[in-house]
Design a protein around this ligand. Structure first.
Ligand code: NAD
Length: 353
């Protein structure tokens, strides 16, 4: 049963988009997924969504750089989640113009398509922790498997932290982040920004460039080697996808409070992990770790990033439910099960052909 709301999700076949589209469709919304399927794995996510939800899901295969297609897709929307992006720092270093076009111009295209409408829909834009730069001023202690923060009273990086874009990706996402906040201020569009740390969960096709939790698990399961850039002690707060999806819904239900605001969103100080710690925990989950080699630190990589999520929690009552070991086990099980299904499907195909 439809409840009359039209929701557009750009990047809807990506990791985060797939999980949000699934939830919205389960809740009875009319969903239009807008994606150019450039991310490896996005076609599998789309296949899964269409086989799960059938014709309730509308699909537009198009690019956010295509202004006419975007304008048409966003017409009459009640809310828009804008996730479509060039998502890797590495790729942005190789091709800054492409990164600029997709992330910054693409977001302004979304904003313009929204501004055009008589009743502008709610917009949520996913920005990144990279807008806070390298955070070299944090006093860190080096432990065996991780960096820790020397100051016991540290509650994480919050919205009051000065913006300090680092890398073309940091600049394009940070620029887009500021455009979204300003369109809310200047044109009165009900728009919100989430500056997100590390998100992980099912439907994530992580690779060396982005999505490290899923990437390391995939590699361990395949038994193939991984390269760790830096010393592996770098720490992130991890947020499981189901908790993020709840936050997306809460941002909409509190849109009057959230409009024009940016929020740092992640697992917070109680859900942190380093690369080396993840590799250790893979050993207990999977029985073996992938072979690891180390390489130079990558540009803009933060040694320690943990979000202070209290502003969003106070405003909306958001609670984070999934701990890191539970979340990592869920992602591990999803990867194993989807590989089993894929192998069975391939075997059936071979038998039939
Ligand atoms: N996953 C994380 O940990 C994380 C952290 C911070 C911010 N983000 C942001 O969240 C958003 C979603 O991330 P994700 O992890 O789901 O990434 P993803 O790569 O899985 O999803 C992005 C989707 O956008 C599509 N896309 C890419 N370029 C496009 C274009 N030009 N036009 C239309 N579609 C296009 C891709 O095909 C893909 O399906 C991105 O904006 C990303 O920068 C993610």
């Amino acid at each position: 049963m439809k409840n009359g709301e039209k929701v557009v999700v750009t990047g809807g076949a990506g990791f985060i988009g797939t999980n949000l589209c699934h939830r919205l469709l389960c809740d009875g919304h009319e969903v239009l997924l807008y994606d150019n399927l450039s991310r490896k794995g996005s076609e599998k996510n789309l296949q899964w969504l269409t086989s799960t939800h059938g014709l309730s899901l509308q699909v537009k295969i198009a690019d956010v750089r295509d202004r006419a297609a975007l304008r048409e897709a966003l017409k009459g929307a009640d809310r828009v989640y804008h996730f479509a992006a060039q998502v890797a720092v590495t790729k942005s270093l190789d091709d800054p113009l492409f990164d600029f076009d997709v992330n910054l111009r693409g977001t302004v295209n979304v904003l313009e398509a929204i501004r055009d409408q008589k009743t502008p829909p709610f917009l949520l834009f996913t920005s990144t922790n990279k807008v806070y730069g390298r955070l070299n001023d944090l006093q860190l202690v080096e432990d065996r498997l991780r960096y820790s923060i020397a100051d016991d009273s540290f509650e994480g990086i919050g919205e009051k932290r000065l913006l300090d874009f680092h890398s073309p990706y940091g600049c394009s996402k940070g620029g887009a982040d500021q455009y979204v906040v300003d369109y809310a201020r200047t044109y009165g569009i009900p728009a919100t920004v989430f500056r997100m740390s590390c998100i992980y969960g099912p439907h994530q096709f992580g690779n060396e460039d982005q999505g490290w939790v899923a990437h390391l698990l995939f590699r361990a399961i395949e038994g193939s080697p991984v390269t760790v850039y830096g010393d592996g002690r770098q720490v992130r707060d991890l947020l499981f996808i189901d908790d993020l999806v709840e936050a997306f819904l809460l941002a909409y239900s509190h849109k009057d409070l959230c409009a024009g605001e940016a929020f740092t969103i992640g697992g917070g100080p109680r859900r942190t992990m380093s690369l080396l710690e993840l590799i250790e925990s893979i050993k207990s989950l999977h029985g073996a770790t992938p072979p690891v080699t180390f390489a130079q630190w990558r540009t803009g990589d933060q040694k320690y990033y943990v979000s202070d999520v209290s502003k969003f929690q106070k405003l909306t009552g958001w609670e984070i439910k999934t701990g890191t070991s539970e979340g990592v086990s869920k992602l591990y099980r999803w990867i194993v099960e989807s590989r089993i299904k894929e192998t069975a499907l391939n075997e059936t195909r071979e038998r039939i052909l």
